[in-house]
Design a protein around this ligand. Structure first.
Ligand SMILES: Nc1nc2c(ncn2[C@@H]2O[C@H](COP(=O)(O)OP(=O)(O)OP(=O)(O)O)[C@@H](O)[C@H]2O)c(=O)[nH]1
Ligand SMILES: [Mg+2]
Length: 460
């Protein structure tokens, strides 16, 4: 472990509060705090919480505090750490910070405590990234993903993949060492099987990113349909807020409007769009173009239209949209409050059979009839997708590295198939290993670390 200069930062959010916590880390930081503390900290063991007065001298006390000391290596950063809990006045925190800044302690940079924890081997890079995700978590789903990454479940999977790769590489390298004797230590068929298995594992992980990313940033759900169908009414009902203007005039919503809400611990981003119809109006056409763009980007599409007896007409309308086969769409038949209740079910069935998609749900956005069923469907769609993956990738950097590791492994398979020299295969193998290694921070650059930690808050 490197000797690090002491750093300091306010670890709690700025502003007035009941208490604030100021954190110091680095060589000698316990001794530095000791100089301004009414109790002698050197007498206390690691993990002691000491009540004391803090200030330049006994006549210039800034506050009565509780100082907790953590002696290296048993601390968050593995260095000596002091946490000062003081009264939560911005004046007090500023005075304490100034006191230590005058004594040669430096202000910590964003994420510097966690970066030190990583550099000192307390955690790998995915776990350090999980700390930032955990702080940013606003929903149960986001919290669950960050926690699982922090506990090292994702790292263990990558470690396992990397170990298999290294085993494979060692066999190839061995052949390289005996290149002149033209021997084959590894059975080509077995090698290909091993690489194919790894490619599959990587694909499973990269496939999960679609869900992981949606959970992390809010699942985008586009609400589309013809004018006057009740799209804006539905948005307002889902948000329980008067976010969008509702009117009986067709073409009220001109541009898309979005807002987020949580349902059953999952954060959804609902996007209300302009009603789709043929029009010569320049502005409305642009709005409709945006509706299509939102539909293409969304993770889920709620297609809403007015319920009517003529189910063939509804089906024609949906087919005209030319939605791609793999798009996830839920058809909603709105305004059942104005329809014969017993017929609604028949129309649902008929539309569902003819378009070959399930479910088709009849509801009333205005009277909030069957909204609970809609929410259940939304949650089920997302949870169902996640339950299919034991580990979910939610970080774009990890996804990028996994994709690159996957392409290098595909090159290995091609190399084995075409019988190219093993030293060339070894190059692709090394690339794959490096990409997996950089996920956990075993191979990093200063730029990469700066990029990751600058998104942290100061004090973490
Ligand atoms: N009876 C009934 N009326 C509804 C229902 N949902 C919406 N409406 C009415 O239908 C009209 C259109 O609603 P909006 O929510 O503005 O429809 P929209 O799809 O956003 O329309 P555009 O923005 O013009 O594309 C309004 O008068 C709503 O009050 C419903 O479930 N039942
Ligand atoms: Mg609208």
């Amino acid at each position: 472990m490197k000797t690090q200069e002491p750093i300091i930062a306010l670890s709690t959010a700025d502003g007035a509060a009941a208490i604030h916590v100021i954190r110091l880390s680095g060589s000698g930081c316990i001794e530095i705090v000791d100089k301004y503390c009414s109790k002698s900290l050197s007498k206390f063991d690691s993990h002691s919480a000491v009540y004391c007065h803090l200030g330049e001298s006994q006549d210039q006390i800034i506050d009565e505090c509780v100082v907790t000391i953590f002696r290296s290596p048993k601390s968050y950063t593995k260095e000596d750490v002091v946490e000062i809990s003081c009264h939560g006045s911005p004046y007090i925190t500023q005075s304490i910070l100034s006191l230590f800044l005058r004594s040669g302690v430096r202000m910590a940079e964003a994420g510097e405590f966690t970066m030190r924890a990583y550099l000192n081997g307390q955690m790998d890079l995915t776990q350090a990234e999980a700390v930032a995700d955990l702080i940013a978590a606003r929903s149960k789903g986001q919290h669950h993903m960050a926690m699982s990454q922090l506990r090292g479940i994702f790292s263990a999977k990558i470690q396992d993949l990397r170990a298999q790769l290294i085993h494979f590489a060692s066999m190839i390298e061995l052949e390289n060492d005996f290149a002149e004797e033209d021997v084959e230590f590894a059975d080509r068929g077995e090698l290909k099987d091993l690489v194919a298995r790894m490619i599959n594992l990587i694909k499973e992980l990269t496939d999960s990113f679609r869900y992981g990313n949606a959970i992390k940033n809010g699942v985008p759900v586009a609400i589309v349909g013809p004018p006057n169908a009740g799209k804006s009414t539905l948005l307002n009902a889902l948000l329980q807020d008067d976010k969008a203007i509702v009117s009986a005039i067709a073409g009220t919503t001109r541009d898309y409007i979005e807002d987020s809400t949580q349902i059953d611990g999952i954060s959804f981003r609902f996007i209300d769009t302009a009603g789709i119809r043929q029009t010569d109006d320049e502005i409305e056409s642009q709005g409709i173009k945006r509706s299509y763009e939102q539909m293409a980007r969304a993770r889920l599409v709620l297609y809403i239209t007015e319920i009517r007896e003529d189910h063939q007409d509804i089906v024609r309308e949906i087919k005209e949209l030319k939605i791609s086969e793999d798009a996830e769409i839920v058809v909603l038949l709105n305004k059942i409050d104005t329809f014969h209740a017993c017929h609604a079910y028949d129309v649902e069935e008929a539309v569902s059979t003819l378009i070959g998609r399930q479910p088709v749900l009849s509801l009333s956005a205005k009277s909030e009839l069957h909204m609970d069923k809609l929410k259940e469907i939304l949650v089920q769609r997302i949870k169902g997708s996640i339950d299919n993956h034991d580990i979910v990738v939610s970080n774009a950097r990890h996804q990028q590295e996994l994709l690159q590791a996957g392409s290098s492994l595909k090159a290995v398979i091609e190399g084995l198939n075409s019988g190219i020299p093993t030293d060339l295969i070894a190059i692709d193998l090394r690339h794959a290993t490096a990409h997996l290694g950089s996920i956990m921070g075993e191979v990093t650059t200063d730029d990469l670390l700066e990029n990751i930690f600058r998104n942290f808050c100061i004090g973490k």
